[in-house]
Design a protein around this ligand. Structure first.
Ligand SMILES: NC(=O)c1ccc[n+]([C@@H]2O[C@H](COP(=O)([O-])OP(=O)(O)OC[C@H]3O[C@@H](n4cnc5c(N)ncnc54)[C@H](O)[C@@H]3O)[C@@H](O)[C@H]2O)c1
Length: 252
């Protein structure tokens, strides 16, 4: 069983300015966590909106690809709030859609730096703190593309596979130390970006849901529910799992 020695649990969500990260930050805040919302641009307004609802959210600027910035962020959170109970390493970018050999070295490198090294950086310093305090829970955002292929997204998909490998191996390394490490694999999720794309091109919705047996896209809140559960004592024996939340896309 996980125990928390202080009343206020502390959660970190990266990529919390919008989309899945924003929904996850809201879910953590609603569940009573002091929720640190980190993004490449400080999400001040988003944190204020949650505070106005009576929750405790804090905006933090951090580029997850910058190792020192990540270390400083974790140190800063611990200096301010004393601990880190839950971390959702969610920040991610996509590469422009092109066949593999046409992806430039620069695009490849930035994708690796954010989508893989960013998760690596965050986990490294989160784990160091969780070891000091005697436990914690980490969820990394992979994708349905972490277990399948997808045309034109070689660098992104390779990173999402790597996130699952990293999650599984770190889970083995730290499961006996009270740290649970899991991944969530979202399917096609109706984020604000997807809504905008559909508003401009209504036929896109049909194309997107054609291969989803559940017959619809997922909602950011449905990913948030899964992440919150993976971080909860209810998931106390769940280690190194890659949880698909994809309306059966990847199994049909
Ligand atoms: N939306 C989907 O359908 C879907 C499906 C599968 C996986 N995912 C994954 O879920 C995660 C969130 O996706 P989303 O759809 O909410 O995307 P989004 O673009 O709406 O949000 C991503 C957030 O990450 C932030 N970010 C980007 N680079 C960063 C960096 N270097 N440091 C800190 N923050 C950075 C962005 O500013 C943004 O706020 C990503 O890892 C993505 O790969 C999304």
């Amino acid at each position: 069983m996980e125990t928390h020695s202080c009343n206020k649990r502390v959660a970190l969500v990266t990529g919390a300015a919008k989309g899945i990260g924003l929904a996850c930050a809201e879910a953590f805040a609603k569940a009573g966590y002091i929720t640190v919302m980190a993004d490449i641009e400080k999400p001040v307004g988003q944190a204020e909106n949650l505070d106005l609802k009576g929750y405790h959210a804090v905006a933090w600027q951090c580029d997850v690809s910058d190792t020192e910035a990540v270390r400083d962020m974790i140190d800063g959170i611990v200096a301010e709030y004393g601990r880190l109970d839950a971390a959702h390493n969610n920040a991610g970018i996509q590469t422009p859609q092109r066949p593999m050999a046409e992806i430039t070295d620069k695009e490849f490198q930035r994708t690796i730096d954010v989508d893989f090294k960013g998760v690596w950086n965050c986990m490294k310093y989160e784990i160091k703190q969780m070891l000091k305090q005697g436990g914690g829970a980490i969820v990394n955002t992979s994708s349905q593309g972490g277990v399948t292929g997808f045309p034109g997204q070689a660098a992104y998909i390779a990173c999402k596979h790597a996130v699952i490998g990293l999650t599984r191996t770190a889970a083995i390394d730290y499961s006996s130390k009270g740290i649970r490490i899991n991944a969530v694999c979202p399917g096609v999720i109706l984020t604000p970006m997807a809504k905008e794309l559909i508003a401009r091109n209504p036929s896109l919705e049909t194309e997107l849901i054609r291969d989803i047996p559940a017959g619809r896209m997922g909602l950011p809140s449905e990913i948030a529910e899964a992440v919150l559960w993976l971080c909860s004592p209810g998931a106390s024996f769940v280690h190194g799992h890659a949880l698909l939340v994809d309306g059966a896309f990847s199994i049909h």
